[in-house]
Write a new protein. Structure first.
Length: 162
């Protein structure tokens, strides 16, 4: 099970987070700061799996991968398979890449709702639900078309009232 997702840049600025395990805001802040600091301190050739020690609620592993200027990090349970977690992480990045067309940090900053939408289409409660890229991107683009048609109808109604 995925407990949390962190996406941050090389300077340590967190761009996107999602928590699937209950923690207080203080615990979330402390854990995310610790994970980001530890990952940024590691050398490029080191293993992409980081053991999280500490209190019971924060025990587990952080798996991460760097794509261009962003680090994508999943917090998983202690006994979960790291390679399957890395596979889901990579599939998420591939879906973002296909949705945005070569995703970059600015896409996530300015279109964070779309990045969350892709995430929600793939994951449900910390478990992978859909791993087919084409299906995920097709559903997300379908949502975009619905939002677009809804805003057009809203604008037409507003112009008819005025």
């Amino acid at each position: 099970m995925i407990n949390f997702i962190l996406i941050f840049n090389r300077q340590g600025k967190i761009r996107l987070t999602r928590w699937y395990q209950y923690m207080t805001d203080k615990q979330k802040s402390s854990l995310s700061q610790d994970v980001v600091t530890q990952i940024l301190a590691r050398k490029r050739g080191m293993c992409n799996i980081l053991e999280l020690e500490g209190r019971r609620e924060t025990r587990g592993k952080a798996i991460y991968k760097r794509y261009a200027s962003l680090f994508f990090c999943f917090g998983i349970d202690w006994n979960d398979n790291e390679l399957s977690g890395l596979e889901v992480l990579h599939k998420y990045v591939e879906c973002l890449d296909q949705y945005f067309g070569n995703v970059c940090e600015l896409d996530i900053i300015y279109n964070y709702s779309a990045a969350y939408q892709v995430m929600d289409e793939m994951l449900l409660g910390g478990h992978a639900q859909e791993t087919n890229k084409k299906t995920v991107v097709k559903h997300c683009k379908g949502f975009d078309k619905l939002e677009e048609s809804d805003s057009i109808v809203h604008n037409l109604r507003a112009s008819n009232i005025a």
